[in-house]
Design a protein around this ligand. Structure first.
Ligand SMILES: [Zn+2]
Length: 132
């Protein structure tokens, strides 16, 4: 079983070691190197619409799973109790769906909502709104 250890840090160091999940509560971010060995830097934002870190006093769990779709390896795995649990690789279609869902969740989380509303109304008046 592949494992990862966690390290609570104030600031994520520039030189990251593989097999370590750096967690910065201060900056609300967790970072680690892709466990497949490609060592891409994986940054997970800790937010209601991002990831949650669960610390049970000994081990950490990152929820939900991590999909490195933008990396060549396209690794997909969970970090549960400091263990890497590999999931199968998603197809391009599934990746699209996950991306779309993420975007929708971010929108639902606020911020974007108001910005999006205003221009849409304007477009409708001009009759130029494109149907989606
Ligand atoms: Zn990788």
């Amino acid at each position: 079983m592949q494992t990862i250890s966690h390290r609570f840090v104030e600031q994520v160091p520039a030189g990251k070691e593989p097999g370590i999940l750096y967690i910065s509560l201060e900056f609300g971010v967790a970072t680690h190197l892709c466990p497949c060995g490609c060592e891409s830097v994986v940054v997970t934002r800790l937010a209601p619409s991002g990831w949650s870190v669960i610390f049970d006093g000994e081990t950490v769990t990152l929820d939900p799973s991590i999909g490195n779709w933008s990396q060549p390896c396209k690794s997909h795995y969970w970090i549960r109790n400091n263990q890497i649990l590999w999931a199968r690789t998603f197809s391009d279609r599934e990746i699209e769906l996950v991306r779309w869902r993420d975007e929708r969740d971010h929108r639902a989380a606020g911020k974007w909502n108001r910005k999006k509303e205003a221009p849409r109304k304007k477009k409708r008046k001009n009759g130029k709104a494109r149907r989606r």
